[in-house]
Design a protein around this ligand. Structure first.
Ligand code: ATP
Length: 887
């Protein structure tokens, strides 16, 4: 819960005590009265509003208040209730709060009476009420979670289902280049680590950016953060939390607004507040879903706005708030999918965190919470665990939810079909279950029932699939009415609101009655897009298929399936950000005859595909093996592409490549025959996907090229000991290693980099990993790596980090000399340093006593020098001259 509670520190310039309760708002009586409250025009207006009867809209006459705090003329409220009491309830005309019995009327002061009193007291009253109403309304709004589509059926109490997410400080490297879903693959191991440690950087934090892929739990985290606050469990020093989702801000992008007006539109309960209140209270602004933003944000040339009553465009207001021109003491939390996070320049972000989803124990915890019948939950968990590609995907909470929906149906309803083992099968069944929810009983269903179901909804599913594909290739995940119309979907049609659409297609946000739409999850859009392409293939819709054809080639109407699939593979490989990777997996999956049969009713006919699939398997296997050569030609291609291709093979139910590699490794062949870089990629994929953590990865065991070694490096996250000595590693490899060390799921404890020309620049890259709170490295060997004193400085600062677990360090044979040791001594003597063994052979130390003086950490018990080694320094024994000894 750490992540929820300590998102922000208390800024020093806000004089709030952290234990002050929101329910008992701060008293201002002994502070100077803010001018805005007392004498400004707004103040008078506000006072006037406060003494206006909500029924007759005139100044209160014989004022009374009711339990919710709203005031009316005694006569007005009585006649209002007399007229409406036939409904059996007595509602407040202002906030609509209802009561079964006629509420008691409390006499209240008139405006004149109030004016005669200390006007400060009045402002305090308003504030008290607004704070209370605000917190209550936030609690009501955020206490329930809608899983999937908003409906009573899908509503669950957030606290019942909420499962802690794995959140790390910083971000995993290379995040913007990889496909969102795939980049997480290495991080599926259970971890002992606690989530983000925040204590060390608590002061002067204003803006936090939390990244996370689609469906990873960003919005749910926001929701939990607010709920914990509203329920008094966390962040009680915060007075207001305002949520401004980009999805809704988009709808007003062209209008002129003051920030105060904007807040009142999103949070009407604060409309009585004076604009000066915001300066003296602790406020958190939450901007959820930066990836959905369509407002052009400009942080460099913009009009300065420092007053929340000044009017400008939403874009300018947001830039001013984030830059701290507007409400400088406000705290800001922004959530975004990784690829869109760079819309805000890094200098305006004080902390970046990344939600990594569920680790293995959390996946299990989720299923146990989600599925009430524990025997059923156990069956679901063991099925997921036994099916690697599903297990990998389950780090994404929304995928856990989809799997729970499908697998529960299978267990409860004796569905007469094979239990889904691949991603494609899971999504096909999810589609069937969702469209069937209202009308059709899935009980004891057969393929034939599925066919009827799909036939009945064919038209609408295909229109949605068309939308999914057209928007996917444009990179859009949110759609507007015009996008729907383009695919023949009439939003006013009743069919849009019944059956399938309401289950897999979400209508969101209703600010000013404008609507935006999206699929229940991005991966579902990718699935439907693939379905559309396959449908176009069987119905020979060349216009769509031409998207995949090579530039200077014409395709006949009966283009062979194999040709289409090959081009789709190439197209996916060409995409820079991997945005077609998951689409490709689904397309290949749907091509299987067994899956085509499940989709009968949608497809006009099924295609015999086993021959094409066999050819595709060979083609993909070849590409995986050849990828390294291509990478060399193209300078850069992310490793995860080959992982995706590997998973494509799983989607086509092919295990032959992994069998081939396993056999290769088991045989003695790998000592004589060199592993090609492509095979190394495949091997790395296999190690990453494997459930078990290897004890040791010794690169020297593999007979391969420099490039082959480089391809194997990502697999170090999946082993405890990585022996990479003398593997001609370069800076490039250091980046990969640093990212492995930062991974929350890395198991790496020992890293031997001896005899690689890493130089200081390599150590610099590596130190990002060494300084990470997730780094569990205990032994690091950097002997003979061409290091200079600069490296000593960097290593020293890593040793000083509270996160450092290093107990053994080898810097021998780098010729570091006395000055190097001096630079290292800060780290060695720091109280956080856990080092017990320092090997520094052949460091050409001139002044040995200086060395000893420089190092006075009693923890260091063994220092191995050239021909010297000092034992039991811990016990402050005399330095001894002793024969060289290898430890
Ligand atoms: N911590 C959690 N505990 C339980 N379920 C969760 C949790 N986080 C997410 N989920 C499930 O995953 C679904 C998607 O989560 P959420 O909407 O927060 O994702 P997101 O990261 O905001 O995605 P997007 O980028 O698509 O908006 C939720 O509706 C819920 O079913």
């Amino acid at each position: 819960m750490q992540t929820q509670r300590a998102m922000f520190p208390a800024p020093s310039d806000v004089s709030m005590k952290s234990d002050r309760s929101i329910v008992e708002p701060p008293k201002f009586s002994n502070r100077p009265v803010p001018s805005g409250l007392k004498s400004s025009e707004e103040g008078n207006d506000q006072l006037q509003n406060q003494f206006t009867c909500a029924v007759c809209q005139k100044l209160l006459k014989d004022p009374v208040s009711i339990i919710c705090g709203h005031k009316f003329c005694r006569q007005c409220i009585n006649s209002y209730w007399d007229q409406s009491s036939s409904s059996g309830a007595f509602g407040c005309p202002q906030c609509r709060k209802r009561s079964r019995t006629r509420p008691v009327l409390h006499p209240h002061k008139t405006m004149e009476e109030s004016m005669q009193q200390d006007s400060y007291q009045t402002a305090d009253d308003v504030l008290h009420r607004v704070l209370h109403t605000h917190k209550t309304s936030m609690k009501n709004k955020y206490e329930s979670l809608f899983e999937g589509i908003k409906s009573q059926d899908s509503k669950t109490l957030l606290n019942r289902i909420y499962t802690q997410l794995y959140i790390i400080e910083g971000e995993s490297a290379g995040i913007n280049e990889e496909h969102e879903v795939l980049q997480k693959i290495p991080k599926t191991q259970p971890t002992q680590n606690a989530p983000v440690k925040r204590e060390d950087k608590e002061d002067k934090l204003k803006t936090v950016l939390t990244k996370g892929i689609a469906g990873i739990g960003k919005t749910v985290s926001v929701q939990k953060f607010i709920l914990d606050w509203a329920e008094g469990k966390a962040n009680q020093d915060v007075n207001f939390m305002f949520v401004l989702p980009f999805r809704e801000l988009n709808l007003i992008k062209d209008e002129q607004y003051s920030f105060q007006m904007l807040l009142c539109d999103f949070h009407p309960e604060i409309k009585d507040l004076n604009s000066k209140i915001y300066d003296s209270h602790k406020i958190v602004f939450i901007f959820d879903g930066l990836d959905e933003n369509r407002i052009p944000l400009n942080f460099f040339e913009y009009e300065k706005i420092s007053d929340i009553t000044m009017t400008s465009s939403v874009s300018v207001l947001i830039a001013n708030l984030i830059k701290g021109e507007l409400l400088p003491s406000a705290l800001i939390w922004i959530t975004s999918r990784p690829a869109a996070a760079n819309q805000i320049p890094l200098q305006y972000i004080d902390r970046v965190t990344e939600i990594q989803g569920f680790n293995d124990p959390q996946k299990e915890e989720y299923f146990r919470k989600k599925v009430c019948d524990q025997a059923q939950a156990s069956k679901i968990i063991s099925h997921i665990k036994s099916t690697k590609s599903l297990h990998i995907m389950c780090h994404i909470p929304v995928f856990c939810w989809m799997s729970a929906v499908v697998l529960q149906q299978f267990l409860e309803c004796c569905i007469n079909a094979e239990i889904p083992k691949t991603l494609t099968e899971m999504y096909i069944h999810f589609l069937l279950i969702q469209i069937n929810k209202k009308k059709w009983k899935y009980r004891k269903s057969t393929e034939r029932d599925g066919k009827t179901l799909l036939e009945n909804n064919r038209d609408m599913i295909l229109k949605l699939a068309e939308l999914a594909f057209k928007q996917l290739i444009k990179g859009n995940i949110m759609f507007y009415e015009e996008d729907l119309r383009e695919c023949g979907i009439d939003v006013t049609e009743a069919s849009v609101y019944s059956g399938i659409c309401t289950e897999i297609f979400k209508e969101e946000s209703v600010l000013y009655q404008k609507k935006v739409y999206c699929f229940v999850h991005l991966s579902f859009q990718e699935f439907l897009a693939a379905l559309y392409v396959f449908h176009c293939f069987v119905s020979k819709n060349m216009e769509v298929l031409n998207f995949f054809k090579p530039l200077y080639k014409e395709w006949p109407e009966n283009v062979p399936m194999e040709e289409l699939l090959k081009r789709a593979v190439n197209k996916a490989l060409e995409s820079k950000d991997g945005h077609l990777d998951l689409f490709l997996r689904f397309l290949l999956g749907i091509s299987l005859e067994s899956n085509q049969r499940l989709l009968q009713g949608l497809l006009t006919h099924t295609e015999r595909s086993s021959e094409s699939i066999d050819k595709m398997i060979t083609y993909i296997q070849k590409i995986i093996k050849m990828m390294m050569e291509k990478i060399r030609q193209r300078m850069h291609l992310p490793t995860d592409r080959s992982i995706n291709l590997f998973l494509c093979l799983t989607e086509m139910r092919d295990q032959s490549l992994s069998r081939e590699i396993q056999e290769y490794l088991q045989s003695e062949k790998h000592r004589e025959t060199a592993l090609s870089p492509g095979q190394c990629s495949a091997l790395a994929c296999m190690l990453l996907i494997a459930d078990e953590v290897q004890d040791e990865l010794n690169l020297k065991k593999y007979n391969t090229s420099e490039e082959g070694y480089r391809r194997l490096i990502p697999a170090i996250t999946k082993c405890r000991k990585a022996l990479l000595a003398g593997c001609r590693l370069t800076m490039n490899s250091c980046e990969t290693m640093a990212s492995a060390l930062q991974s929350a799921n890395s198991s790496l404890k020992e890293l031997d980099l001896t005899n690689n020309g890493l130089k200081d620049s390599g150590v610099k890259l590596l130190s990002a990993g060494l300084n990470s709170s997730h780094c569990k490295l205990e032994i690091l060997r950097l002997a003979a790596c061409n290091l200079t004193t600069n490296s000593c400085e960097m290593i020293s600062s890593s040793l000083q980090s509270a996160n450092s677990c290093l107990t053994e360090l080898d810097i021998s044979y780098n010729g570091l000399r006395d000055s190097g040791v001096e630079l290292l001594s800060d780290g060695l003597n720091c109280s956080h340093c856990k080092l017990e063994i320092l090997r520094s052979a052949s460091c050409e130390l001139i002044d040995f006593m200086f060395f000893l003086k420089a190092i006075c950490n009693p923890q260091l018990c063994l220092i191995k020098l050239d021909n010297f080694y000092v034992m039991n320094y811990k016990n402050k024994q005399e330095t001894q001259k002793a024969p060289p000894k290898t430890i």
